[in-house]
Design a protein around this ligand. Structure first.
Ligand SMILES: NC(=O)c1ccc[n+]([C@@H]2O[C@H](COP(=O)([O-])OP(=O)(O)OC[C@H]3O[C@@H](n4cnc5c(N)ncnc54)[C@H](OP(=O)(O)O)[C@@H]3O)[C@@H](O)[C@H]2O)c1
Length: 326
């Protein structure tokens, strides 16, 4: 029986590695974990005989991995592979798409924290110990019910988010690349990307769930931000560079929009002197919206299922379209 050489740079716990080895006796799995953000210097040394790579990274020359057939990413975005040889090669790339539930929950948490003034209450009341003169006047927040959410990029995350938002009695509108004309999907009106400008003035919450591609980079700029309501809350869980950050900074300082929840940033790590840290109308997180304690179980389920498919020649889950870039 031919050995199947699999190498992982994912940070998988031992029980996950054991589950992957347990998929079939012919699997020979090696593991040298890298953090998702660690510069992947030297990963080539492990790839000479590898057919299947489980990784967050693929910054190597193809000559270092002559037998590589399939790259399973531990994350979703493949924007960091732009210009990398693997994207020009015939290696099959699959991504994770296991972030729909944790990110949908994160978006709802951010929206409600903003609507219900949690940051201000934690700062002034809990940390400052100041009982308000009139808490109804000072802290009465906004209702989600009756508001409109616009989801920019109606993929796996957007669809999960829409279901929760609709259960909160919100109206949900969305855009997706392949929508040639307006369609209704599960109670959500889905429009083509060019319709976004018309939708924005009606949005109370605008959630950017876009991959970073040549098309989407900088696609939320001054015109889009100025088209939003002055009270709108903009949440970005896609990629930082989809939004023109200089324009966003002005929008937040000058009140073109009400506030922003930003999990992704044009520069990662976000530098300590970033002006976004000083804005009272921003809820910032360090690119972790997709990571909950269930991550390792979910990514292991996916890897095991895709390995089974790979070994039987069945179509793999979550194949990345290299032309489209997601
Ligand atoms: N913050 C985090 O921790 C985190 C974690 C996971 C993912 N992400 C980011 O979130 C992105 C989306 O994830 P996903 O799992 O939902 O991906 P997905 O299922 O591939 O969905 C991407 C969606 O974006 C749409 N799209 C692409 N270009 C567009 C455009 N120009 N205008 C409007 N819609 C466009 C696609 O349209 P079609 O359906 O028509 O193709 C698709 O619906 C990922 O690519 C990644 O960058 C971030």
């Amino acid at each position: 029986m031919d050995e199947l050489r699999v190498h992982s740079t994912l940070r998988l716990p031992d029980d996950s590695l054991a589950r992957i080895r347990g998929v079939a006796p012919r699997i020979r799995l090696t593991s040298r974990p890298l953090t998702p953000y660690e510069p992947p210097a030297g990963m080539e040394r492990d790839l000479a005989d590898v057919e299947v790579l489980l990784s967050y990274h693929a910054a190597f020359e193809m000559a270092a991995a002559p037998r590589l057939r399939w790259l399973q990413m531990g994350g979703d975005g493949v924007d960091h592979l732009r210009g990398r040889p693997v994207l020009q090669s015939d290696v099959l790339i699959t991504n994770a798409r296991i972030f729909d539930a944790p990110i949908a929950e994160y978006v709802i948490a951010s929206m409600i924290a903003y609507f219900r003034a949690f940051p201000r209450m934690l700062e002034r009341f809990q940390r400052g110990r100041v009982w308000p003169a009139n808490q109804w006047d000072e802290y009465a927040g906004q209702d989600a019910a009756g508001k409109t959410m616009i989801i920019v990029g109606y993929g796996s995350i957007g669809r999960k988010l829409a279901r929760i938002a609709r259960s909160l009695d919100m109206t949900v509108l969305a855009t997706r690349r392949s929508a040639a004309s307006p369609v209704r999907e599960d109670g959500v009106e889905v429009r083509p990307p060019h319709a976004l400008r018309e939708l924005l003035p009606g949005g109370d919450v605008v959630v950017v769930c876009l991959p970073l591609t040549d098309e989407t980079e900088g696609s939320i700029g001054e015109a889009e931000l100025r088209a939003m309501k002055r009270t709108a809350y903009l949440i970005n869980i896609g990629r930082g560079k989809v939004i023109d950050e200089a324009a966003l900074l002005r929008a937040l300082r000058e009140g073109w929009i009400g506030g922003a929840g930003l999990d992704v940033h044009a520069r990662t790590p976000l530098p300590p002197d970033s002006p976004f840290f000083d804005l009272p109308n921003v809820i910032l997180t360090p690119h972790m919206s997709g990571i909950s304690q269930g991550y390792y179980g979910r990514v292991t389920d996916l890897v095991c299922e895709n390995l089974r498919r790979y070994m039987t020649g069945a179509p793999l889950l979550n194949v990345v379209d290299k032309q489209k870039g997601y």
